[in-house]
Write a protein that binds this ligand. Structure first.
Ligand code: FES
Length: 349
């Protein structure tokens, strides 16, 4: 099998018009990266790859030439030599943006629409057994997803429904997720998918859950009672932690908990680990709500930084430049929900 050479260790961002054709260099030798120059591949046994855009598209074209989803980046570059570089302390120290403190609602606002929110910061009424708080909504700056923080000390939550996919990260507690009349027992630390239009509620004790909805909504709709109606074609609803399913991303790793294999539409819930380090500044094509499960750190934007700790959520708009630094010696564990997109291992500069 002919082997390509690495042209660049990072992907190329490209905007395409409907019907636009590109000829992607697969050999790595073209002088017109990431495109074929018509001659450099001759004799290599490798041929360029033709791609035609179906609509207005933003894509990341593979520069390392080792992607399994050519011509697009699939994150493989992170595991090639030099493909994942942590920022040195000297570089980080050379640019020290101001640290932003949370406001009275627990929001620390950074550049653009990026922010950190501490869910328990200003929950108004702790006299009740159930509390719900919006963390990510269009009114708060999101375009593609929403997230709500649900606390249930005991008993049952209201019954909810949404027109889009609902993805729940059950962070703490034990009980049952009732979905369209089906019962899914849980004991902390798992994901749950509720198909668009189904009704659901949580029952149990000491439950803390992050409830994501996409497309984005301002509020979680409630109804009087669970309505029988469970989509049997997507019966696998739980996203469980499985160390054997981890994917390496340089010194970091992630595991997909829920994605299109569970019926999600171009979104994914994942769990990951960040060792004590600071990544280079980068961007994603997806919008992300990142929940800090353990450890402490700092989120960096170009002009502002903010401290983060367990329980916090960081909201990243699409294409927003940032870097997450883990400051705890044991690193940080995180859970992220991304949309549109299914691969949290892809980033660009
Ligand atoms: S640049 Fe090749 S897989 Fe990302």
């Amino acid at each position: 099998m002919p082997t390509p050479i690495i042209a660049t260790i990072k992907p190329f961002y490209q905007e395409l018009k409907p019907g636009q054709k590109i000829l992607w260099c697969s050999c790595g030798r073209s002088k017109r990266q990431p495109f074929c120059d018509g001659r450099s591949h001759i004799g290599t046994g490798l041929e360029p790859v033709l791609y035609q855009a179906k609509q207005d598209e933003e894509v990341l074209l593979c520069g390392c030439k080792h992607s399994g989803t050519a011509p697009f980046c699939d994150g493989t570059h992170s595991n090639l030599p030099g493909g994942y570089v942590d920022e040195t302390e000297a570089v980080a120290a050379a640019t020290l943006p101001a640290v932003v403190a949370p406001d009275t609602q627990g929001f620390a606002r950074l550049d653009g629409r990026c922010y950190v929110v501490s869910p328990g910061f200003s929950v108004a009424d702790r006299a009740t057994d159930y509390r719900l708080r919006p963390l990510v909504t269009p009114a708060l700056g999101a375009a593609h997803q929403s997230q709500f923080y649900l606390e249930l000390d005991r008993g049952a939550s209201p019954v909810f429904t949404a027109d889009g996919d609902v993805v729940i990260w059950l962070s703490h507690g034990e009980g049952n997720a009732i979905i369209g009349g089906r019962n899914f027992p849980f004991s902390g630390g798992c994901g749950v998918h509720v198909v668009a239009g189904e009704t659901f509620r949580l029952e149990g004790q000491n439950i803390a859950a992050y409830v994501s909805v996409c497309p984005a909504v301002e509020t979680l709709e409630t109804v009087d009672a669970i309505i029988d109606g469970f989509d049997e074609s997507m019966a696998d609803r739980l996203g469980l932690i499985d160390k054997a399913a981890r994917s390496a991303m340089g010194p970091r790793y992630f595991q997909i908990l829920l994605d299109d294999h569970h019926g999600l539409d171009n979104s994914a819930l994942f769990i990951g680990h960040i060792p004590m380090s600071k990544a280079e500044m980068h961007r994603h094509l997806y919008e992300e709500a990142l929940i800090i499960l353990s450890g402490e750190g700092m989120i960096w934007n170009e002009n502002a930084r903010a401290k983060v700790c367990a329980g916090d959520v960081i909201f990243f708009p699409r294409k927003h430049i940032h870097s997450l630094q883990a400051l705890s010696p044991e690193g940080m564990d995180v859970v992220g929900f991304i949309h549109p997109g299914t691969n949290p291992g892809i980033n660009y500069y």
